[in-house]
Each structure stands twice: as C-alpha cells, then as structure tokens.
Write a protein that binds this ligand. Sequence first.
Ligand SMILES: Cc1cc2nc3c(=O)[nH]c(=O)nc-3n(C[C@H](O)[C@H](O)[C@H](O)COP(=O)(O)OP(=O)(O)OC[C@H]3O[C@@H](n4cnc5c(N)ncnc54)[C@H](O)[C@@H]3O)c2cc1C
Length: 404
Amino acid sequence: MIFEYDDLKKEIIDSSSKFAQEKLKPLRSLYDEKEDFPKELLKDFSEMGFFGISIPEKYGGLNGGITGLCLAIEEMSKIDAGLSLPVATSALGAIPIMLYADEKQRDKWLSKVACGEKLAAFALSEPEAGSDATAQKTTAVKNGDYYILNGVKHFCSSGDISDLYVVFASTNPSRGARGISAFVVEKGTEGFKIGKKEKKLGIKANATNELYFENCKVPSENILFSEGFGLFVLQETFDYSRPGVAAQAIGIAEGALAETIPYLKSRKQFGQSVSSFQAIGHILAELASKTEAAKALVYSLSSAMDKEFLSAFEAACKNGTVLREELKKISKKRWTKHSAMAKYLASETAFEVAQKCVNLCGGIGYMRDFPVEKFMRDAKVTEIYEGTNHIQKNEIAAQLIKEY
Ligand SMILES: Cc1cc2nc3c(=O)[nH]c(=O)nc-3n(C[C@H](O)[C@H](O)[C@H](O)COP(=O)(O)OP(=O)(O)OC[C@H]3O[C@@H](n4cnc5c(N)ncnc54)[C@H](O)[C@@H]3O)c2cc1C
C-alpha cells in the first residue's frame, strides 16, 4: 500500500520495526514457550515512547493518533503479537481515559501512561458478561467520597503488569445497560486483587488475568464522566481501539508471509523451488491481496478518524473540556461500522493467511522451531477479543439496516 505518511509516522514505522527485529525477535520463541513476559521490555517500550504514541504532546505523548498507534502495533506484530501486546493493551486502557476523562483526570493519569510509569488496562469482561457486556454483575455503590466495588472481571490482558484499570460496573442495576459506569482503579487500591492467569492457545507471553474486587474502595473522583455513561465509554472505546486489533492482525499476516515465502523459495521438491509451483504461487497471491485489502481499510479508517481525533484533542486540551464533547461538536457520526469492518476483515484474513502458511510450509510449518505455527495461534485471538467477529458482523448489519 502506498500511504503518504508524515515524518512522525515514518519514524514510528522505522523505530518499531527496528525494535521488533532487535529486541522482540530474539525473545519470541523463548517467552512463548515459557508463557511469561520479560518485564525488562517495559522499560524499552517506555524509552521508545511507544506507550504515548496516541497521547497528545501536552501529556508527554507523541500525538501520533490512532494511525501512529496502529503502525507501531502492526510493525511489532510482524515479529511477535504477544510480546508487543502491552503497547496495545495500555492504549486500550488509555483510550477511555482520553475520550471521557476531565482535565483534572487527564492531568493525573495521561502523562504517567504516556511515559510508561503506569500501564493502563481494560476490564470489561466478566464470567457472565462476554459478548453481552451489558450483563455486568460487578457493582459499584456510592458511599461518601468512594464507590465500593464488588465483583470479578476475567480475561484482562496484561492484567498482572498494569497499574490503572478501566473497570466497568453497575451503579444502578435496575437501569440495566444505562446503569453501567466506568472507573479508573489503581493497582494497590484496598480490596483489589489480581487473580488467576489463564493458559492460552496463543499470545502466550502476555498474561490474561482474573481481577477481584472485594469491597474495593475507589475514590468517587475516579469515575469517568458520570454515572450511567459506561455503555458509551465502552462502545466508543471500541470504535477507536478496534483498528489497533486489526493492525495487529495485519502484522501477524505479514509476518507469516515474510517467514513463509523465503522458505518456499529455498525448499526444493521435484527438482525445483516449491515457490515455482503455480498452485503455490496462486495461494500466495490470494493471501497477499487479502492482507493488502484489509490494510487499506484499516489505514484509510484510521486516517479519517485522526482528522477528527487530533483536532478535537487539541481543542479539549486548550479549552479544558472532555474530548468526547469536542468530538461531538465536530461530528455526530460514530466509527462503529467501519471499525467493526476493519477488525472483522483483518482478523479473518490473518487467521486464513497464517493457517494457510502452515500448510504451504508442509511439515516444518507444523513444528514449533519454525515461527509460522505461532503466527497461526496468535492470529486466532484477533477474531475474539474486543468483540468476536459474530458481534462485529451484528454491529455492521445493524448499521446497514439503519442506513438503507
Ligand atoms: C486472550 C484474551 C484476552 C482478552 N483480553 C480482554 C481484556 O483485556 N479486557 C476485557 O474486558 N476482555 C478481554 N477479553 C475478553 C473478550 O473480549 C471476550 O472473550 C469476547 O468479547 C467474547 O466474550 P465471551 O468469551 O464471553 O464469549 P461469549 O459471549 O460467551 O460467546 C460465545 C459464542 O457465542 C457467540 N455469540 C454471543 N452472542 C452472540 C450474538 N448476539 N450473535 C451471534 N453470536 C453470538 C460468540 O461470537 C461466540 O462464538 C479477552 C479474551 C481473550 C481470549
């Protein structure tokens, strides 16, 4: 794809690509096997400025928008989507803060997230609230200057290494979806514990944890926007974060092809390179074309988003207002449909590409010494998290039906 990027974006592409080659590649197989994360990498991510890519300069970030974030995630996922996941998950936790925090809250948290002093995370899913995120069982009851949270979250990515958790809880169960609110809960808060780490198929270097809230005392000032706005917070967060999952998926697809094609060129059967068989070449052509199409969708979407996102953020910083309010002044439209399309298309492409690359490589493709099977395992989660692809299609269809 030929996209004309500014100097900042070019720098993000170059630095994250080099970082992935030099720092992530040597650790890839080891930490996938160990199902562990080398915490030293957090310092490296911080020094590279990766945690602040989409955060404005006022808070020490790079102001690279959603596009800058997607580019870094894509480049690093070409090598390892698991090791690089904290960059994506901290952005996922930072997006609701960027969108819905007031100036005081932004001042308190964003500069810490941007420099990597505190990692953000997103805690929505519960054992009984998955695709139906409105079925929240976690409750938050106001008590003086605090909310008292009780409940269990599960499947929280980077759960063990994060510091600021955007937690959704019902402040008014009788109002159902309209009774949900979003809070920032800091690690170390009384009554908040990190729980069980899941054993997974892919992205094994990243911990996925349960979180427990037992009479957890969260200061009232930590609520995002106000009571009952949680549903908007979560929906709009996904509008802006799903392109990141799509970029991760594209990186995985590109990474799988980058390992597969040189192998097919070097592998000889029947006296010739396997890549010279037309049947093989056609499959490669199909996979590369689909990847390119998904990439075009993701970056045309993120570029369109950034036009609004960056100018609205500038206004929010200047006026001391909430970003979401400034975005609404620019446009009433939401990105839900295209964001869901991007994630759906890119994630299905990634799994198809990685899975077919395993087949194309033959026996070696199945072996853990060769990275292609890892790309296939890592690709699967992009079809599931931040809403399964059934849910993406529901959202796309609902919008289409409204439009026509
Ligand atoms: C590795 C990993 C990391 C994750 N990280 C996070 C995180 O950081 N924070 C967080 O909050 N969550 C996280 N999640 C949770 C993730 O977002 C959910 O797993 C996902 O939204 C699906 O919910 P569920 O697992 O409860 O599936 P369910 O909702 O139980 O779905 C089961 C099946 O039913 C289908 N289905 C459900 N409803 C419908 C419908 N209306 N129409 C059609 N089909 C439907 C689903 O598509 C799926 O196939 C993570 C998950 C994984 C696997």
